[in-house]
Design a protein around this ligand. Structure first.
Ligand code: PMP
Length: 461
């Protein structure tokens, strides 16, 4: 029996306040640092994302190692946020540190290639199956490059995305379906851009809507994750990828697969695991072990079409055509050295095996707690990621996520986690395992989650 309606919402709000007060009391140094940060940072911390933590303010990190973080208040955490995937290699992985120090001593950025780049290019082609690569400074920038290329070679301006997506600071993807039309995602500011003019948005897994949108013949590319991870995890329906590939080919639309998060499925991401055939593949975040980096790879056919417009040959005259894709620091020696360390020694097939097993154990632990209390919740697990959702069955699209959301309960759970030494990506309840995550780390989560459910029961919620 749970409290109903408004009473329930008010009680959850009161519990959030109690957890935030507990957080303030137990984090006096972070509270003081947060207050000082307001003086010189626009949103209190170097990045506005850092203010989104449910404790009310972020923990300030003293040291991060493997899957553990120690904060300036002397408290320690099991980290399943892992920098929202940027830390998927685990914190301070020794091969990356070694490669970074070695390269920093030899020059970080020269706008000239190093020999490590040859190894990296060959390994990216081997892992992901696309022959030609470009490095960028972020996944956002890789997506921007992919969109620009799609427009360049199709002569079309629209980008189709799925409702609930997130692909970084890319205007075209800041949209979701609102009352059947192109609307702005999750309170993102519209920013003076006419999104209706550059974006199309349909529900994930909806092949009929996708085909209808593509039939208009004005879409340069479909930009999508292979399964959605940014709105609560949304698994892909049987047959969806085959239909997506066939429909985009029919329409002359490029297919851009963004593996920035789903690289957690395995060494070549979801694409290699399931034999997808994107025209362009994007990744970033963890790919250089925490050194800012993104990558995109293109098919031979896309490369040929690009070279027809912007020649591959060394330009005779300095004032010659270029791609208009940014990134002065892209592919610099430091990034290439750390990317090599990640691909060669950290995100290995063996590491993915262990990460995936840990995520499986986490999902089983959470499922056991849910079953003990017969709660109408579920856990999704794909590769090294798991997600707890407050609905009985996995969503099939963004609309299902919106319908199943319980924002108060989610905030309460996240504040409780912070107080109990568990860090989870603040945007929804998604867990990521790194090569250093242990069974004991996972079991710590299960115990905390069990205490959370006990608290709800005790409060009659
Ligand atoms: N693609 C996906 C799938 C992402 O989840 C994100 C960030 N959450 C990005 C791209 C953008 O990454 P970044 O902010 O590091 O550029």
């Amino acid at each position: 029996p749970g409290a109903a309606g408004g009473d329930r919402a008010a009680r959850i709000d009161a519990l959030i306040e109690r957890e935030q007060e507990r957080f303030r009391q137990s984090h006096p140094r972070a509270a003081a640092a947060w207050e000082e940060g307001q003086q010189h940072f626009l949103y209190g911390a170097p990045s506005h994302w850092m203010r989104r933590w449910a404790g009310g303010f972020p923990v300030y990190v003293a040291e991060a190692q493997g899957a553990r973080i120690v904060d300036i208040d002397g408290r320690d955490y099991v980290d399943f946020c892992l920098g929202d995937t940027g830390g998927m290699c685990g914190h301070a992985p020794e091969p990356v540190t070694r490669a970074a120090v070695r390269q920093l001593q030899r020059g970080a950025t020269t706008m000239l290639p190093t020999l490590d780049s040859l190894w990296v290019g060959a390994e990216l082609a081997r892992r992901f199956g696309l022959p030609y690569w470009t490095l960028t400074t972020s996944a956002t920038d890789a997506n921007r490059g992919a969109i620009r290329i799609a427009r360049m070679i199709t002569g079309r301006d629209k980008v189709l995305v799925f409702s609930g997506c997130y692909h970084g600071g890319v205007e075209e993807a800041h949209v979701e379906i609102r009352e059947g039309r192109v609307g702005l995602r999750n309170m993102i500011h519209p920013n003076g851009v006419d999104h209706e003019a550059v974006s199309r948005v349909v529900e994930f897994n909806d092949i009929a809507a996708l085909e209808a949108a593509l039939a208009e013949g004005d879409i340069a590319c479909v930009l999508t994750e292979p399964l959605m991870t940014n709105f609560g995890m949304i698994p892909v329906a049987e047959g969806f990828h085959a239909a997506l590939r066939a429909a985009t080919r029919r329409a002359g639309t490029l297919l851009v697969i963004d593996e920035t998060h789903t690289i957690s499925c395995g060494p070549g991401g979801y694409t290699a695991l399931h034999g997808l055939e994107p025209d362009i593949l994007v990744a970033g975040k963890a790919i250089a072990g925490g050194v800012p980096a993104g990558i995109f790879g293109v098919s031979a056919a896309v490369a040929e079409r690009m070279w027809a417009q912007v020649p591959r040959t060394n330009p005779k005259h300095r004032q010659s055509a270029h791609l208009g894709i940014g990134g002065t620091l892209a592919g610099n020696a430091l990034t290439v050295a750390t990317m090599r360390a990640v691909l060669e020694e950290v995100l290995t097939p063996d590491a993915f095996g262990r990460m995936t097993a840990c995520a499986g154990r986490l999902a089983e632990g959470a499922e056991a707690v849910i079953a003990e209390h017969a709660l109408p919740w579920h856990v999704t697990r794909i590769g090294a990621r798991a997600e707890i959702m407050f609905s009985p069955a996995p969503p099939t699209c963004g609309a299902d996520v919106i319908a199943g959301r319980d924002p108060g309960l989610e905030t309460l759970l996240h504040a409780f986690y912070m107080n109990e030494g568990v860090l989870v990506t603040p945007f929804h309840t998604m867990f990521l395992c790194c090569p250093a995550t242990t069974e004991a780390d996972v079991d710590r989560h299960t115990a905390v989650f069990r205490r959370f459910v006990a608290l709800l029961r005790q409060e009659g919620l």
